[in-house]
Design a protein around this ligand. Structure first.
Ligand code: AMP
Length: 422
């Protein structure tokens, strides 16, 4: 049987993996500046962590990988990071020791979506959650962090879009206005939207089929229906952003149709040529009901998530290399089984001094070994032939200058050290 990867998944090959490592390192570096700590939660949860009564999103109703384990437990591979983090926050009573918990996560998620450019069934996100406090300054901090992150990566052509849904009262008013607005047109909209009008009318605004319908284009926005307290909250968020000179735009139609959002919502869009539908790099918002729905106290949080694959695509489109792949400092070339032992010792000594070192294990011809060394961009070749060994020396060749010198075996590491210092 030919073994193929699962549809919608991909391999990170050895020649590409350094890009992932570099991005993850950068993420950790930037997030620690904001005093965030990493949280690692399981990739599977009991299904009810994601399938909650209030949850009406397509992602959760249609796209999750649900299965029953051998003991008949209903489990789900996580489709996103927030619900698992909140489950852990509640289960571990993190609210008891800190009034505000600020965490981040990095890891794979699973969604049974139609795969396409920048859309996979297993994909990775990094995300941030600040749980326990409701304060416009915190909403602003999350947007500032997302903005700062993009800036530090050096990505150009990125837009930060911000909106508010207001508090529960404003949201209820808005939902009512949407129902009133869409009812006369509902027969012209898609089947999904016909259901959405009862369950979660906000989601009609996110519809991938009806987004060009006149009723969607002319729909009221949450800003039209904010109560005074919600307007004041949003003004405060904006004034924090302006204080820092954050370049953002108000996106009145941005609602991020998940049921649990209230107040601030935002999205980071890449306006990059050739990106097409994969242009949303990340997004998030404030939530109030999630913590209590998962059995915790009535505490709010705010968070966002970025798609790692899309960040890597955006870096590539901007010709940004976060880090070069590791190059080999020394490559040992030997020919006999006997001398391989000496080679092993030379490698061990070089690695003790933190030089990236390797040798050939298949006893190829000199030409074959040389080719391999050059493929790794090796800086020095350490050539250990029978004749040299008999004299207690090796030939060390600088692959750039092509100059070769004879060095005593016991002096190899010292010689490389000296060379590398220059
Ligand atoms: P969401 O959790 O749906 O708000 O998505 C947040 C970000 O994760 C998106 O902006 C994308 O960058 C990324 N993302 C979501 N779904 C996928 C997917 N199926 N494949 C790749 N990236 C995704």
């Amino acid at each position: 049987m030919a073994a193929n990867r699962v549809k919608g998944t991909y391999d990170v090959l050895p020649s590409e993996s350094y890009k992932w490592v570099a991005l993850e390192t950068k993420i950790r570096e930037i997030l620690s500046l904001y005093n965030l700590k990493e949280i690692r939660t399981p990739m599977m949860e009991y299904s009810n962590v994601f399938h909650r009564d209030s949850e009406g999103s397509d992602m959760v109703t249609k796209e999750t990988y649900d299965f029953v384990d051998r003991s008949n437990r209903a489990l789900t591979l996580r489709p996103e990071g927030t619900a698992g983090v909140i489950r852990s926050y509640v289960e571990n009573k993190l609210y008891a020791s800190q009034e505000l918990e600020k965490v981040y996560y990095i890891g794979p998620n699973f969604r049974y979506e139609r795969p396409g450019k920048g859309r996979y069934r297993q994909f990775s996100q990094f995300g941030v959650e600040a749980i326990g406090t409701v304060d416009p300054a915190l909403d602003a901090e999350m947007i500032i962090l997302a903005y700062d992150f993009i800036k530090r990566l050096g990505l150009k052509g990125v837009k930060v879009r911000v909106n508010t849904l207001g508090d529960q009262e404003s949201r209820d008013r808005y939902q009512e206005a949407l129902v009133k607005h869409f009812t006369p047109h509902i027969h012209e909209l898609c089947e999904d939207c016909k259901n959405r009008i009862d369950k979660n009318p906000l989601r009609i605004l996110d519809c991938k089929i009806d987004y060009k319908h006149e009723s969607v284009i002319n729909a009221p926005t949450p800003l039209d229906l904010l109560n005074d307290a919600s307007r004041a909250y949003f003004d405060e968020v904006k004034s924090h952003l302006e204080m820092c000179g954050i370049d953002y735009v108000i996106a009145p139609k941005l609602v991020r149709g998940l049921d649990y959002y209230s107040h601030t919502v935002f999205e980071i869009e890449a306006d990059i040529k050739g990106f097409g539908a994969a242009n949303v790099l990340g997004g998030g918002g404030r939530y109030q009901k999630l913590v209590s729905e998962l059995g915790g106290p009535d505490l709010g949080g705010i968070g966002f998530a970025f798609g790692m694959e899309r960040l890597l695509m955006a870096l590539e489109a901007n010709h940004i290399e976060l880090n070069e792949d590791v190059e080999v400092d020394c490559f040992v070339i030997t020919f006999s089984k006997e001398l391989k032992k000496i080679g092993t010792k030379i490698l061990y000594d070089l690695r003790q001094e933190n030089f990236v070192s390797d040798m050939n294990y298949t006893a190829k011809s000199f030409k074959g070994q040389l080719k391999q060394a050059l493929r790794f961009n090796s800086k020095y070749l350490i050539i250990l032939g029978d004749e040299e060994y008999a004299r207690g020396v090796v030939g060390i060749k600088d692959t750039k200058t092509e100059i070769q010198e004879e060095i005593k075996i016991e002096n190899i590491t010292a010689y490389i050290k000296k060379k590398m210092e220059k």
